[in-house]
Ligand binder design. Structure first.
Ligand SMILES: Nc1ncnc2c1ncn2[C@@H]1O[C@H](COP(=O)(O)OP(=O)(O)OP(=O)(O)O)[C@@H](O)[C@H]1O
Ligand SMILES: [Mg+2]
Length: 252
């Protein structure tokens, strides 16, 4: 996957600025950065949900903005908020893509769906609607749905944000396993330092729409760039000016 001078603006607001980057097949690339820095917008360009203002994104050598690319390259995006159908059961959410694309008999589909549900400890939720699940369970359903699609390219938008530490570690393991067993290329947007430093081949840091660094986890740990160290190791400072104005217990 290749980003060639990708820039994106919404009206007057520049959101991505001249991003150039190569992600190798089978690589796990973790993208970190403050809220609002453009991470989700960047992912959307890869799957063709946003079109560049300048530059381009190539997926397997094809322009990501071309609808034919999505048909030719097997890819899945695990959305930040899940994007599941509440009118369908969890089981049917997972089976939907396979049925629509006639990827197997009902028995084969059942086997794939049940395996994905088992990997993510969701068997007991199979008959429920996503609306009846906790946030973390919905997140896991979204990941399971991506897994049954058996993509070459998996994009995750904050896959561990609502998960407990054990489930977060499981997700990290799944991403790493997909790389070793199936050579899946993964781009993972995450605020989870353990995930980033634990499984990434490389980490990119996006700030204000600019990719300020692309480096290995080991290099990142050694970084002395204050923008990076402050981002990775924020200090809690209750005497900071932003708290001074707060007057407790004032009737309004
Ligand atoms: N469709 C859109 N139209 C206009 N502005 C948008 C649109 N999508 C995103 N933006 C703006 O682009 C900027 C980057 O948004 P983005 O969702 O990529 O942030 P993010 O890095 O994913 O943040 P977070 O960590 O909070 O998810 C924000 O200022 C956002 O308001
Ligand atoms: Mg986002």
């Amino acid at each position: 996957m290749r980003f060639e001078g990708l820039s994106k603006r919404f009206g007057e607001q520049p959101v991505l600025r001249d991003i150039s980057l190569d992600i190798e097949p089978g690589e796990i690339f973790v993208l970190m950065g403050p809220s609002g820095s453009g991470k989700s917008v960047l992912l959307k360009h890869v799957v063709g949900l946003e079109a560049p203002s300048a530059g381009r994104v190539l997926v397997a050598g094809r322009d990501a903005a071309d609808p034919a690319t999505r048909r030719a390259v097997h890819m899945a995006l695990v959305f930040q908020a899940g994007a599941l159908f509440n009118s369908l059961s969890v089981y049917d959410n997972l089976a939907l893509y396979l049925r629509e694309h006639r990827l197997g008999t009902e028995a084969q589909i059942r086997e794939k769906v049940m395996r994905a549900l088992q990997i993510l400890s969701l068997e007991s939720a199979a008959r429920k609607s996503p609306a009846e699940l906790s946030g973390g369970m919905r997140k896991r359903v979204a990941i399971a749905r991506a897994l049954v699609m058996e993509p070459q390219l998996l994009l995750y938008d904050e896959p561990t944000s609502e998960l407990d530490p054990v489930m977060s570690a499981t997700i990290s393991e799944i991403i790493a396993t997909l790389k070793t067993h199936y050579r899946v290329t993964s781009v993972v947007v995450s605020h989870d330092r353990d995930l980033a430093l634990g499984i990434a081949d490389r980490v990119g840091i996006l700030m204000g729409g600019e990719l300020i660094t692309t480096t290995t986890p080991a290099e990142l740990r050694r970084s002395t760039d204050p923008r990076i160290t402050d981002f990775l190791n924020p200090r809690i400072d209750l005497s900071a000016p932003r708290f001074k104005k707060l007057e407790p217990n004032q009737p309004s």
